[in-house]
Design a protein around this ligand. Structure first.
Ligand code: MSP
Length: 553
């Protein structure tokens, strides 16, 4: 049984039939945010991602490329691994289902089920969808098309091995009913319950004759067959705990805390995987969370439409943190969303360049100019009401965010963080520190404004870290702090009440330059006013209106 402070998070293992796209990046970034948050909070995290390398799709892709499947997998695997590095994914291990130990473990489980007579051989005739690699029953198929992908199905008759999935139907229904967090969001839970309570759950064909498909793990009890790719793939979540390094232990991490998946693979996880675990006498994961799908400019994303979003391009153009932010800010997790480059640009400009970027830059510029680059201690209240509101908001944020993480409410968390940024901006605008600086009598009030903004930024850096790790590191560096968020940091280090003063700041480049869209959709990145060469660093009006370099662009 997993230990109470362990947190085991997984992504689906991705098919290596093609290069990674935004859908892969989405789940992996979401998992990374959770992993980083729980590590920061001191939990013992194991974060697993990897590749699903067997099955028809991969075999076909390799044939198309004119190479053997293993060579094809070896060629594509680095594309995923490199992308995860570029996106700052902090996975602890990376599984490939062609790893020899994984194959042995799958065979061991198959043996066990076969020995227990939970696998049997039978004839099967049915409608088969090559793309989805699964059989459908008569009533599923409409007009000869697969109900899932709408491609034509074929009539196939063959001997196969079956896993006695159906016998677990009642137990699975009970489990779902008794564990409200097992399948999330709620709408997906209802979907699965609806299907399980109205239809008889059949048995699952877990083999493919080698004559039809050779690229898979051989059945240990019949060498004419390979294992159905889903039976092989799902096992990755436990096999990884037996052989991957840093050596995790199954006792410590299983059952998984969260399996993050897309909505299309909910049945395989909620039904196939759960019943496989029941048959193997292993506990079920705590949560299976199915997120929605991205469309692109309102259309389904597909190779044939030529609108597949390449995460590498997004990193090149906007940076990893901005892309990570956008993915989790744009759509409530669990719902479908639409990707468009223009909404990404709007988002970056309003929330990142004008939001956190500007708050940091104006605060540090003022500390440089009015406080000799050293964060001053709190003086006397400048705007007591707003200060009280900021204090109340900031004090409540860590708990609010914690609840958000437990609910996988990534977007709501970002909204809550950005409320504090908005309040700080309003506070600086109203307190007008550049006015206070004019008169030494107002310096105690000025000090309060500078300190309040700095303390808010310190807290913001910790709250933003899981979403935007590089930005958080830059933010703390510029504030003159030395947090290492990749390790557990006690909340007291950044909580609102903890005093902050006498820290020498180290102002650096702006976090997020504004992006100017060109009419054709191309874009240029402009240098913020305060960094342009040739402009006087101290505008003449300093002390009367907010200097240009402090203003939002
Ligand atoms: N190999 C299986 C998973 C096995 S897990 C034991 C698989 N691989 S996949 O590469 O086809 O898909 C991986 C994930 O990408 C799925 O969770 C799927 O939902 C997700 N997405 C594929 N297209 C997507 C979008 N357009 N939007 C969001 N996610 C999408 O299935």
């Amino acid at each position: 049984m997993s230990t109470p402070d362990s947190f085991y998070i997984t992504t689906p293992i991705y098919y290596v039939n093609d290069v990674p796209h935004i859908g892969h990046a989405y789940t992996t970034v979401a998992a990374d945010v959770l992993a980083r948050y729980w590590r920061l909070r001191g939990r013992d995290v194991f974060f697993l991602t990897g590749l699903d390398e067997h099955g028809q799709k991969v075999q076909q892709a390799a044939a198309k490329a004119g190479i053997v499947p293993q060579a094809h997998c070896d060629k594509l695997a680095p594309q995923f691994q490199t992308l995860w590095k570029r996106l700052h994914i902090s996975n602890d291990a990376f599984i490939r289902t062609t790893d020899a130990p994984h194959k042995l473990i799958v065979q061991r489980y198959l043996e066990e089920l076969y020995r227990k007579q939970l696998i049997y051989k039978d004839d099967y005739t049915g409608w088969y969808c090559t793309f989805d690699e699964r059989f459908w029953t008569e009533k599923d198929v409409e007009n000869g098309l697969c109900p899932d992908c709408k491609r034509p199905v074929e009539r196939i008759s063959e001997h196969n091995y079956f896993f006695k999935m159906g016998q677990h139907q009642d137990r699975l229904i009970d489990h779902i009913q008794q564990h409200p967090n097992f399948i999330r969001p709620e709408s997906r839970r209802n979907e699965v319950l609806g299907f399980l309570t109205t239809q008889k759950l059949g048995d699952l064909s877990i083999s493919r004759p080698k004559s039809r498909l050779s690229w898979g793990i051989e059945l240990p009890f019949d060498t004419d067959y390979v294992t159905y790719v889903w039976f092989d793939a799902l096992v990755n979540y436990v096999s990884a705990l037996e052989y991957l390094s840093p050596t995790p232990s199954r006792d410590q991490y299983w059952p998984a805390s969260v399996h993050l998946i897309g909505k299309d693979i909910l049945t395989t996880h909620a039904v196939y995987w759960s019943t496989m675990l029941m048959a193997l006498n292993l506990p079920l994961p705590e949560t299976i969370f199915a997120h929605g799908w991205w469309t692109v400019d309102g259309e389904k994303m597909s190779k044939s439409r030529g609108n597949v979003v390449d995460p590498n391009k997004m990193v090149d153009e906007f940076g990893a943190d901005a892309f990570r932010y956008f993915l989790l800010r744009e759509v409530p997790f669990g719902q479908d969303g639409d990707f468009s480059q223009s909404s990404m640009v709007t988002n970056i400009n309003s929330d990142l360049a004008n939001g956190i970027g500007n708050l940091l830059s104006r605060t540090l510029t003022m500390i440089e100019r009015f406080a000799d680059s050293t964060i001053p201690a709190v003086g006397t209240p400048a705007l007591p009401e707003l200060e009280a509101l900021i204090a109340a908001t900031a004090t409540g944020l860590p708990e609010r965010i914690d609840q958000g993480y437990r609910a996988l409410a990534f977007r709501e968390n970002l909204q809550a963080i950005w409320e504090l940024i908005g309040l700080c901006d309003e506070y600086i605008d109203k307190a007008a520190p550049w006015q206070l600086a004019k008169n030494p009598e107002n310096h105690p009030r000025l000090n309060t404004v500078l300190n309040t903004a700095s303390r808010a930024l310190r807290l913001l850096s910790a709250l933003m870290y899981p979403y935007m790790p590089q930005t958080a590191a830059q933010l703390t560096r510029q504030l003159g702090l030395s947090f290492d968020f990749s390790k557990p940091v006690p909340q007291a280090a950044y909580s609102w009440e903890t005093p902050l003063a006498e820290t020498k700041i180290c102002k650096g480049p702006s976090l997020f330059p504004r992006i100017e869209s060109k009419p054709q959709g191309a874009k240029t990145v402009t240098t913020p006013i305060s960094l342009r060469p040739g402009l006087p660093q101290k505008p003449k009006h300093l002390g009367i209106t907010e200097p240009a370099s402090l203003r939002r662009s």
